[in-house]
Design a protein around this ligand. Structure first.
Ligand SMILES: *Cc1c(COP(=O)(O)O)cnc(C)c1O
Length: 244
């Protein structure tokens, strides 16, 4: 009896420590978002924090939800399918963002699961989304990913092709676009990319700007980010094997 009682105590201590860790890291990030907003003379409530939970298990996501976080991001449809249907059923107010590449064969799952798809980046996917949204009667909000660094290995519409692509989505496909998203090259100053994305969104009359991660969200806020996508600063490092 004694063994099992002390074992239980240890286990709940472990869980408490984890809950406190996630809650306090979330609080810290919220404070940093608010500070960066004030420094940029922006309303802190205009910057929405997306907690990025790739690789993070459902039990830890529950800790973040218990701490009041309701907006989350995943970069793989397949992984999201294993964790989120149940979490969303328990917590109907959750807003789930897809922040990784979308393939045609995952469009149906993505429309079913995500509230915001940030990675629309080619006409074929736009057409598939339009068709699936009509079929399912569900309309996730859409952002277009822009490959601001013109990196060959990276997803996203090239800056030169953005106006045409957005016009095509709007006119030919009847798909409304709310904003733009980018992932700057790892080895470049991100501010240049944030500035470019903000300029393009302004030109196109798009309200939402998803930019900034753990290492650079304060700079993204200075350039007008309305969504920042933060994983590591909330949940800790994902390990060397896992990359964006
Ligand atoms: C993983 C990921 C993030 C979060 O990155 P951190 O550096 O862990 O904050 C943001 N955006 C995208 C697209 C990601 O894949």
């Amino acid at each position: 009896m004694r063994t099992s009682a002390s074992c239980n105590t240890l286990m709940s201590m472990g869980e408490d420590t984890m809950a406190t860790g996630i809650a306090s890291q979330l609080r810290t990030v919220h404070e940093e978002v608010a500070a960066a907003s004030r420094a940029a003379k922006r309303d802190p409530s205009a910057v929405k924090l997306i907690a990025v939970t790739k690789i993070v298990p459902a039990s830890v996501i529950e800790e973040a939800i218990a701490a009041g976080q309701l907006r989350f991001g995943e970069n793989r449809v397949q992984e999201a399918r294993t964790k989120w249907p149940e979490l969303k059923e328990r917590h109907p107010d959750i807003e789930l963002h897809l922040i990784g590449p979308l393939q045609s064969n995952k469009v149906r799952d993505a429309v079913a699961l995500f509230d915001v798809i940030e990675t629309l980046d080619r006409p074929k996917i736009a057409a598939a989304l339009a068709e699936e949204m009509a079929r399912a009667g569900k309309r996730p909000r859409l952002l277009v990913q822009v490959n601001t660094g013109e990196e060959p290995q990276k997803a996203g519409v090239l800056p030169d092709e953005l106006d045409g692509f957005v016009a095509q989505c709007r006119e030919r496909l009847g798909v409304a676009i709310e904003g733009l998203m980018c992932i700057p090259p790892l080895d470049e100053e991100p501010s240049l990319h944030f500035a470019l994305l903000a300029k393009m969104a302004h030109r196109l009359g798009l309200a939402e700007l998803s930019m900034g991660m753990s290492g650079d969200f304060a700079r993204a806020i200075a350039f007008g980010a309305t969504y920042v996508r933060v994983g590591t600063a909330i949940f800790g490092a994902r390990g060397a094997a896992i990359t964006v």
